[in-house]
Design a protein around this ligand. Sequence first.
Ligand code: GTP
Length: 598
Amino acid sequence: WNMANIRNFCIIAHVDHGKSTLADRLLEATMTIDARNMREQVLDTLELERERGITIKLVPVQMKYRADDGQEYILNLIDTPGHVDFTYEVSRSLAACEGALLVVDAAQGVEAQTVANAYMAVDQGLEIIPVINKIDLPSARPEEVKKEIEDIVGIDASDACLVSAKEGKGIKEVLNAIIEKIPSPKGDPKAPLRALIFDSIYNNYRGVICSIRVVDGVINKGQNVTFMATGRNYQVEELGVFKPDMSPVEQLGPGAVGYIIANIKSVSEARVGDTITSAERPAEKPLPGYQNVKPVVYCGFYPMERDDYPNLRDALEKLQLNDSAIVFEPETSAALGFGFRCGFLGLLHMDIAKERLSREFGIDLVATLPNVVYQVTKKDGTLVVTHKPSDFPEIGDIEEIREPYIKVTVFVPNEFVGKVMQLCQDKRGNYISMDYITPERVRLVYELPLAEFIIDFHDKIKSLTRGFASIDYEHVGYKASDLVKVDILIGGEVVDAFSFICHKDEAYHRGHAAVKKLKDIIPRQLFEVPIQAAIGKRVIVRMNIKPLRKDVLAKCYGGDVTRKRKLLEKQKEGKKKMKQIGKVSIPQEAFLAFLKTE
Ligand code: GTP
């Protein structure tokens, strides 16, 4: 087992700086596979992933490269998910490497996620190789970008690789830098086995496939292993490496990157970050860093068609086989019927789940407004953790409400600084710092409530800055806030699906907007219908929908009885699609319209 000739690395970059293109070129240059085939052969890669241009899951690929010193090296490229929703997965992928290529666009320079990802890699003790990409662009300014990397990221960039991934320039220099600069793995082949699970995917034919990095000891086909976080034992059915198609091997030693298949039923049994050890000769301590990830954003999923409820449950169960971070439990709503309250790592994670349910499982669903998880301390000292507004205690029982905060870093051209600061203020942000990273670009740091961020922060900032801002954020824990639950009442009845939590000062404004909107979409009834927003028992907004006699017979002069009957029948049919809130009938579409555009 020759560790000296192994290099484990990943590529980190801001979105669109060319990570995938560079990876393709490396695979071609090492003749691992040509770029076209790679797209098709990579395991079960989600269609959605490619469409959105984001990586959710990707297998590690093994390349072989004969360097100028005449030796053959094994290069394992480990992909990292590029989105903050998956920060923990990123940190585990990084933990499986000794080095990272930091790709920076030669025209755009250092962006928010360049810095966030680079810092994470530095924290993990990785050797970082700066790669300045897109030098073919007329607007490329590699010398300035080198300086930005040194000033902002704080690493030496004097001998950064200058690359055009698109034109295939500078690829050999990158390969040489990987071999020269990234340390080979260290590990003790005689020690008890310890292997890190840095990813696990569910495959319909093979069950769960875990991507692993062996740190100490060796793992053999057929051996019994223990997953240390769950304490479960399995027999290794298959062991192998991705080339990038799965090729079985008999044994993997320290420093190796590969996969195992061991009759594991769901990815929740093979959590990212867990340590695999030998069942016969277990390691004393697991590898550092295992963490049970908890959802931070919740929303209700309801099938459009009531008959789809069992299908939705099946689909959620299947989704969970492949994504252990998703949680769900049954929930009923007076307005929407039977559905599920689902928890996600972030908004993107939620959107992806929603889209997969509709594409892969053909389920049309309604999602209620997303909300974050609040911690409510009651006057009697008990703590309530709320996943939905209806979990909130009575207003009189509440001592304190705490909400999750994030630290947001925005990189923005200086002409937009004023607008971005205004937006952050409007979102209840606390100013932390501002500095010039170049004479034209500013780094702004704010602390914001996550709840404000998830509403529309991304869209707003992109439109205010014409797409020139880049954003990154991290969770910074819970803080007390002056929050209230606002209920919406139709005809005097609370409609659970419409309740929301917001800051006290915004309750009127947001309550007013909600009431106004409902007033516009709920059809008139035979009697007057009040629409109200209330905090506890106190009504803060009220509007009335004027009564209307909906006389379908008005147009039938005289005595055509059959025609009259037909019209009455039709009216009855229409009523079936109505939801009954107290004595008010509301068309299903009105609910959907309300939830959709909020
Ligand atoms: P995400 O997967 O969204 O994080 O993006 P990425 O970092 O993988 O970027 P990707 O490789 O998809 O490249 C983004 C865009 O930049 C694509 O349109 C590429 O064609 C283009 N691009 C990548 N490398 C180069 C380059 O060297 N020169 C030029 N001109 N364009 C490039």
